[in-house]
Design a protein around this ligand. Structure first.
Ligand code: ATP
Ligand code: SF4
Ligand code: MG
Length: 321
């Protein structure tokens, strides 16, 4: 049984007089201990997907169709209290802006101890010990001293480690990491990725890793879901995707990574931009940019079809086409 199972999720919102569909028919699953990479251009719907899993979707966006199951239980019709329990205990989350996920008025130690106490029976003292252990494990030198620091006194990379420690201090089975390294420089980025690898290795945490960076996915993930204009366009094992991307959009993403390009021996460019939700084209949303588009693509929207080792939403893989 998958740990997370999203089925036919649709998210809409009203903008002016228009009703826009931000996510359409998004289905994806994550098995226990699996790392799923979610990749796609800005505005593709990655964060909306993540937010809906932890029940933190901001208005005006609302779920209008589909269902989300976490560890076998529907999560999209829970009370706030039940959701809070799932967050932390079963699902932890880390977002790009580490500053906004920490309270600037409290020390790191106070925030960690508080969160640990909420999710365990530990005394404040034992919780402090656990906080020190976690920070040490995630590579903060002198963790004892860092506990007394306020968020603004730490570097971006240190803060992001604290945020990860907060997200995983109750040993969740799934960590949602939404662009956890985007705001960081390259070497700090590598350190944060090492922390995620460690989580997976030692705590067997499943991870939904959201990023723009196909290189990070190739390095970290078991499987990848590629999103475009509110839909999943490819879902396949990462090795397959790197070696034989099926969807033309995925092929373009892979082609944009110099190192991987050499590996797969192909050079692709991706011209143009993803259309805004208010102006999604008919048929396949990628057709205006697709080098392989043909007549059908401009008329009919492709469903997910089996292709290679996974599935892709592209008419090229329609056996009857
Ligand atoms: N709470 C919301 N209410 C209404 N629309 C939203 C909301 N959040 C995001 N959107 C819109 O939905 C679309 C998808 O947004 P989302 O934040 O999921 O993209 P993303 O793939 O995470 O992009 P990025 O890589 O820039 O973070 C965008 O057009 C965005 O403007
Ligand atoms: S359905 Fe057509 S336009 Fe869309 S990705 Fe496939 S070939 Fe390109
Ligand atoms: Mg986002």
């Amino acid at each position: 049984m998958p740990l997370l199972d999203i089925q036919h999720l649709r998210i809409e919102f009203v903008q002016g007089r228009k009703r826009l569909v931000a996510l359409d028919d998004v289905s994806l699953a994550i098995d226990p201990e699996e790392v799923l990479g979610v990749v796609g251009e800005s505005g593709a719907g990655k964060s909306l997907t993540a937010m809906s899993v932890i029940g933190l979707l901001n208005p005006p966006a609302t779920v209008t169709r589909g269902q989300i199951t976490i560890d076998g239980r529907r999560s999209d019709n829970l009370t706030d209290r039940q959701l809070r329990r799932i967050r932390g205990k079963i699902v932890g989350a880390v977002f790009q802006e580490s500053l906004t996920s920490l309270n600037p008025l409290y020390t790191i130690g106070r925030q960690l101890v508080q969160t640990i106490c909420v999710h365990s029976d530990l005394t404040a003292r034992a919780a402090r010990g656990r906080a020190v252990d976690l920070l040490a494990e995630f590579g903060l030198s002198t963790p004892e001293r860092q506990l007394d620091a306020y968020p603004h006194q730490l570097s971006g990379g240190m803060r992001q480690r604290v945020v990860i420690a907060l997200a995983v201090c109750a040993n969740p089975r799934l960590l949602i990491a939404d662009e956890p390294t985007t705001a960081l420089d390259v070497s700090t980025q590598a350190q944060i990725l090492a922390v995620l690898r460690r989580l997976r290795r030692e705590y067997r945490t499943a991870i939904m890793l959201i990023t723009h960076d196909m290189g990070v996915i190739a390095e970290m993930a078991d499987r990848v879901a590629v999103m475009y204009a509110g839909r999943i366009v490819e879902d396949a094992p990462v090795r397959e995707v790197v070696a034989h991307p099926q969807h033309p959009y995925t092929a373009a993403l892979i082609g944009a990574i110099p190192r991987l390009r050499r590996q797969v021996g192909r050079l692709t460019r991706i011209d143009g931009a993803m259309p805004p939700l208010s102006a999604l084209p008919r048929g396949c949303a990628f057709h205006p940019r697709c080098p392989k588009a043909f007549a059908r693509c401009r008329e009919e929207r492709p469903p997910m079809l089996s292709s290679g080792g996974g599935r892709a939403a592209c008419w090229l893989f329609d056996g009857n086409g």
